[in-house]
Design a protein around this ligand. Structure first.
Ligand code: HSE
Length: 406
């Protein structure tokens, strides 16, 4: 029997306990022996809960129990979660987590510590919820040179955009629903401002390149500026709007990474990814494009990914199988030099001036301009991001919305 401990009995932690309870037979078969949740660490008590007796409040109980070989860190944050993870790995206990913030910030150090102590630091649930994307990149695509990863990596924002598009729903109302469904971060700013997607992009890009990718160096924009008018325009152009993560290895080897809303054609493989679903497109130099799709947030899909990591750790006790990435930093390309094309929204009275600033003339036939109510929207030519930003700076408030085209 393999004993494990779960740190944090919140949404994901209680999901992990539920997965081990419900799928005991399959899990024992796949792990080769029974996996037993010996401890649940939480500050709170849970009177009446079937696992009440296993709740402990002191992490040292877990740390000092040599019988515990795997720890699930489902606490979140980078404070106690970081300290407990380091202590567990230093004691030779493998750690499995859904904590993308911690992996993005300290993954390099924690992976190295796990390798030194012949155990594993696994974090499949940290990206794409229940989609088995990290193990796929590390194992199934290990013969590939990965050229690009593009995806929808945040369930909450995809849910919000989907409801805005399909039900013309109010932004605040949908965000509240996402929180109630257990999709959103404790501080939903991390979702809507793109920070959560940024951290996941850093993890994916690190795994794809084998180098450390600093999340702070990824250009990140959220969805708070997206309006129903943007969706109206997108729909007239047979397009939709998604918050995309993009990481591309350029010909010179530098990594071009960004997180931003994109207006993409309905025929694009990511255009129909709705609701809380995530999808990740991985382009390998031999394989070409592959697409992975599934539930990107929520208690049980995320917990299932944590539990699968526990099984992997249980099968590999005393052996590090999670390679991850090295301490060498990936060289980043500057997004200001990137060629992009944008959708621009402006008021009707400023339409002519604004369009002229980008095209040198006002010609809706060329810019594909459309009027809707008091607003006018058009597409710019392909231009360097720095040139686009400079024109926007000069136009000031005349530009009321801008979204990159895919
Ligand atoms: N808040 C995250 C999301 C949870 O909505 O995708 C899963 O990482």
């Amino acid at each position: 029997m393999i004993n494990i401990a779960v740190l944090g009995y919140g949404t994901v932690g209680s999901g992990v306990v539920e997965v081990f309870g419900s799928n005991q037979e399959q899990i024992s078969r796949n792990a080769g022996e029974e996996i037993y949740v010996k401890y649940i660490l939480d500050l709170r008590d849970f009177p009446g809960d079937p696992y009440e007796a296993r709740v402990v409040h002191d992490f040292n109980v877990i740390l000092e129990d040599d019988g515990v070989s795997v720890v699930c860190e489902t606490m979140g944050g980078v404070g106690a979660a970081y300290q407990f993870t380091k202590q567990a790995l230093a004691a030779g206990k493998s750690v499995c987590t859904s904590n993308k913030e911690l992996v993005a910030r300290h993954g390099t150090e924690l992976l190295a510590l796990a390798a030194e102590k012949h155990c594993n630091y696994m974090f499949e649930a940290s990206v794409g919820g229940g989609i088995p994307i990290l193990r796929t990149i590390q194992d199934s695509l290990s013969a590939e040179r990965i050229e690009a990863v593009t995806g929808i990596l945040n369930g909450t924002t995809n849910y919000i955009l989907y409801k805005m598009e399909t039900e013309h729903a109010d932004y605040c109302e949908v965000l509240k629903q996402a929180q109630e469904l257990g999709y959103a971060e404790r501080n939903p700013e991390a979702d809507v401002e793109g920070h959560d997607t940024c951290r996941k992009t850093a993890i994916l890009a690190a795994l794809a390149t084998g180098k450390t990718v600093d999340a702070d160096r990824i250009h990140t924009e959220g969805i708070t500026g997206i309006t129903l008018a943007d969706f109206e325009f997108a729909s007239r152009k047979n397009r939709t709007i998604k918050l995309l993560a993009s990481a591309k290895v350029q010909k010179d080897g530098r990594l071009l990474a960004m997180v931003a809303p994109f207006m993409l054609p309905m025929g694009h493989p990511l255009a129909t990814v709705g609701d809380v679903f995530n999808a990740v497109m991985v382009t390998g130099n031999m394989l070409g494009d592959t697409l992975f799709y599934g539930r990107g947030a929520g208690k049980l899909p995320t917990a299932s990914a944590v539990a699968a990591d526990v099984i992997d750790c249980a099968r590999n006790l005393g052996r590090t199988v999670m390679g991850g990435w090295s301490a060498e930093k990936a060289e980043m390309a500057d997004t200001a030099e990137m060629d992009s094309r944008f959708f621009v929204r402006t008021g009707v009275s400023a339409a002519e001036d604004v369009e002229k600033a980008f095209w040198g003339k006002y010609d809706p036939a060329v810019s594909e301009g459309i009027l809707f109510g008091e607003e006018y929207g058009f597409f710019t030519p392909v231009m360097k991001e720095k040139d686009f930003n400079e024109i926007c700076r000069k136009l000031g408030d005349a530009v009321s919305g801008k979204i990159r085209l895919m």
